[in-house]
Design a protein around this ligand. Structure first.
Ligand code: 5GP
Length: 175
């Protein structure tokens, strides 16, 4: 067992993550054959997942990124803002949003609203982790790596105060 002062326990090992990401890559590749999808990575949490997933995509595709930030003021309104927008138009494109985790759903709800009027041929969500117990608005990701309990997780791109994104596994943060 490695030294893990900030972790309660490991949820998914690098091997488990790799196996699941390979499965997702195969499934998405089959669904998007001939469609040249555009994969939109949501910075920064999805970076590891995005880089690994895209290497498992066997159809022609393009990449773009958005950076969103949740504004959590004193009243924690769940307001989301676009810090970095897409470089390319999504008009007529088959878009796959790649996100690290869906929790309340507020981030993706905002994003879907933001992208809806840009003329995409289709928009689907692929998230590595899904915490359905904590949903505040309805968001239904088509591709989900793992469903998890309502616990705060870190590693493989996910942070606590910007730390621990570099961990190769996903673990439950020690309170
Ligand atoms: P939502 O808007 O669905 O509540 O949350 C989306 C964002 O909150 C995620 O993209 C992620 O940045 C952050 N988040 C939600 N749950 C967790 C968690 O368990 N661990 C970490 N590190 N971030 C989380």
């Amino acid at each position: 067992m490695p030294d893990m002062p900030v972790l309660d326990r490991i949820l998914f090992s690098p091997e488990q993550i790799k196996a699941r990401v390979e499965e997702l890559g195969r499934e998405i590749s089959a669904d998007y054959r001939g469609k040249q999808p555009l994969f939109v990575g949501i910075l920064r949490g999805s970076i590891m997942f995005y880089a690994d997933l895209l290497r498992e995509i066997s159809v022609d595709c393009t990449m773009d990124f958005m950076c969103l930030s949740s504004y959590t003021g004193t009243n924690s309104t769940g307001e989301v803002r676009t810090m970095l927008d897409l470089r390319e138009s999504i008009k007529g494109r088959h878009v796959v949003i790649v996100e690290d985790i869906v929790d309340t759903g507020l981030t993706l709800d905002y994003l879907m609203g933001n992208l809806k009027n840009r003329g995409a041929a289709s928009i689907e969500i692929c998230c590595l982790l899904d915490k359905p117990a904590n949903r505040k608005v309805e968001v239904t990701p088509k591709y989900v790596g793992f469903q998890i309990e309502n616990e705060f997780v870190i590693g493989y791109g996910l942070d606590y105060n910007e730390l621990y994104r570099n961990l190769p596994y996903i673990g439950v943060f020690k309170k």
